[in-house]
Ligand binder design. Structure first.
Ligand code: ZN
Length: 509
């Protein structure tokens, strides 16, 4: 790297990179095993696989908390005192220090206890959800809440007990910064949803026909190739719950599921996960296997998946180009369905019970409910016992629909059964807000982007995103990225304008 004047055989900085690479390689090896577990592993492999993944994670944690790493960082911070704070090297040390301090504050027996608890609670949830049995998970959730509070207490000095948990996924954001943003969004969305619901409902029956799997698969892959997803550095496989995973700068994979009786599921999940992968693949290659070599936050990550899925992939211009191709693949299903009908179908707004099936407009109301519940539980202003009833009341208030049972209510999401209570949901809605803000900034820089999208060209947008967001990895936090790009803080207005313009046209508002 040629940094500083160091006569040692290996500079302190290079030593840091060596150590970071080992931690990263152990985590990546665990990720490969997890990917295999979710795609190809036969059920008989499960017990050994859980053990193997846990061992690799434990080794990674040991190396990440090695006191020698702390001493190395102490030395390096002295050496680097006069380095340019905006240099990659300074950022590398800053982020490595942050990761180290966070890791050493959490005792390894707590890590093990939490992992054992969530793996048990996940197993119980997989039975309890179909059985509609909240009482089976209630004591487990109570323990999760207690463990989540204990986690927060490893970081004393917080304003809100959710803050240390939010810092895990969206560093720099806090309850105090998120709450006003979400309150403003909710005040905007509620009348918008009411106005849409008062209009004639969109007819989406064209999406619910028989669509053979192989054709759906090939069509989705064609589009993400056009987006710029590089199959020499990635691949797509089948799974139950779609995800993206990074093993290295040269291998960022996506997964999806296909329903032959509903064409929108696989297609938009492919576009969504490809958005996550474009972000990871766009990170500067020299950051690979370093502390900077990942997307910076849940919110910025989700901004990219939602941008490629919704802002681009559900736009009318996009389908002006791709709809004739889709009709050619599915002539009996779509040959007689006009473009406008199809575009309205894929953008149908309808308040519903299940978050992952929600449309672009009501989706945020689902997320805000969960965020508020996480805060209330951690504060102690709500109890686990009250959770199903609170859930029903909040759905009735926010969305005008009430789940008939817990299966379609509080039991629907895996998050609280496989991880902490706190920090799990805010990133989804922050992502939508950021997607609006980033896209507006890209259009200001390149007003031709919409016209290019309607010709199936994405290079200008992709290049702008890579230069302004992707390449930086974790060098900047969410707020710093937004500041660099827009000259100001996170703002709701561009996202509101995007929704207003799009849905006024679709629903004649
Ligand atoms: Zn996502």
């Amino acid at each position: 790297m040629g940094v500083g004047v160091n006569t040692n055989l290996k500079s302190t900085y290079e030593e840091l990179l060596d150590r970071a690479r080992e931690v990263s390689d152990l985590n990546s090896a665990a990720a490969v095993l997890s990917w295999d577990q979710s795609t190809y592993m036969p059920p008989g492999g499960a017990p050994a696989r859980a053990r193997q993944i846990a061992l690799l994670q434990q080794l990674a944690h040991q190396r990440a908390t090695d006191p020698a790493l702390g001493h190395l960082l102490d030395r390096l911070e002295q050496e680097a005192a006069d380095w340019d704070p905006d240099s990659d090297q300074a950022a590398m040390i800053r982020v490595a220090r942050h990761d180290y301090e966070r890791a050493v504050r959490i005792p390894s027996d707590f890590v093990a206890e939490f992992a054992a608890h969530t793996s048990h609670s996940y197993q119980v949830w997989t039975q309890a959800r179909p059985a509609n049995d909240f009482t089976a998970v209630r004591p487990l959730l109570e323990r999760t809440l207690e463990l989540s509070r204990r986690y927060a207490d490893f970081f004393p000095g917080y304003d809100h007990p959710a803050d240390p948990l939010i810092a895990e996924t969206d560093l720099g954001m806090t309850v105090a910064t998120i709450r006003p943003l979400f309150a403003e969004l909710r005040a905007f969305l509620t009348p918008l949803v009411q106005a849409i619901v008062a209009r004639p409902a969109a007819d989406d029956s064209c999406l619910h026909q028989h669509y053979p799997e192989a054709d759906q698969w090939a069509f989705g892959e064609k589009i993400i190739r056009d987006y710029g997803y590089d199959f020499n550095r990635g691949r797509q496989d089948k799974t139950h719950h779609p995800f993206m995973t990074r093993f290295s700068a040269g291998d960022c994979r996506i997964t999806t599921r296909v329903y032959e009786d509903y064409v929108a599921s696989a297609l938009f999940s492919t576009l969504h996960e490809a958005g996550h992968a474009l972000y990871e693949l766009g990170i500067a290659p020299e950051y690979d296997a370093t502390p900077l070599g990942h997307g910076t936050s849940a919110g910025v990550h989700e901004s990219q998946s939602r941008l490629w899925e919704n802002v681009v992939g559900r736009s009318r211009g996009f389908w002006e180009h791709y709809y004739p191709q889709l009709q050619a693949v599915f002539p009996t299903q779509l040959g007689n369905v006009p473009l406008d009908t199809f575009v309205r179908a894929i953008n149908k707004v309808k308040p519903s019970l299940i978050r992952v099936e929600a449309d672009e407009v009501t989706y945020n109301l689902h997320v805000i409910i969960r965020f508020e519940l996480e805060c209330a539980l951690l504060e102690g202003s709500a109890t686990i016992e009250q959770l199903p009833q609170l859930w029903r009341r909040m759905y009735a208030d926010s969305l005008g629909v009430e789940p008939p049972d817990d299966r379609n209510g509080v039991l629907q999401d895996v998050h609280w059964f496989a991880g902490p209570i706190g920090g799990s949901f805010q990133g989804y809605t922050l992502g939508n807000i950021l997607a609006g803000q980033f896209y507006a900034a890209a259009l200001t820089a390149h007003p031709t982007i919409p016209a290019e999208i309607s010709r199936g060209r994405f290079d200008t947008l992709h290049t702008w995103l890579r230069e302004n967001i992707y390449r930086h990895g974790r060098k900047y936090t969410t707020a710093q990225l937004v500041e660099r790009i827009t000259g100001g803080p996170i703002r709701l207005a561009p996202y509101q304008e995007y929704l207003t313009r799009k849905y006024s046209a679709l629903y004649d508002l």
